[in-house]
Design a protein around this ligand. Sequence first.
Ligand code: RB5
Length: 149
Amino acid sequence: MPLTVAIASDHAGFALKSEVIAELKKLGHEALELGPTDTSPVDYPDYAVKVAAAVTQGQAALGILVCGTGTGMSITANKVHGIRAALCRTEFEARMARGHNDANVLCLGQRVTGAGLAAEIVKAFLATSFEGGRHAGRVEKIRQVEAKR
Ligand code: RB5
């Protein structure tokens, strides 16, 4: 099923973001590109919140964020209510993040993960559905933690 995927980066993730957008299109998905438009230095939190908002407001089914390591993007995105962002460096982590954690944002690090592997991670993330079952109660507990904040 074609998905709309919100995607953004900072300057350190800009090149990988372009590769990921090409992969999204190849897979038949729509990329909602939220910047930046060049490699001028920017602050990753400004872009993490754009993708988080697109996902929580329903403009996109899922989000992808790319910075140098993926760490800053994941820390920021996970501060937004309703976001479960996963920093993935392997296909296995991407499958588990969707299947077990119902992650709705994938974070990647351009300085860590090459374009070929990133494409496989993206493919796995988008192709995997939340398994529910025993995992549903655990994700509900995440929501309860969030509700107290
Ligand atoms: C930018 O230099 C770098 O700090 C940023 O892209 C990211 O890796 C932060 O987590």
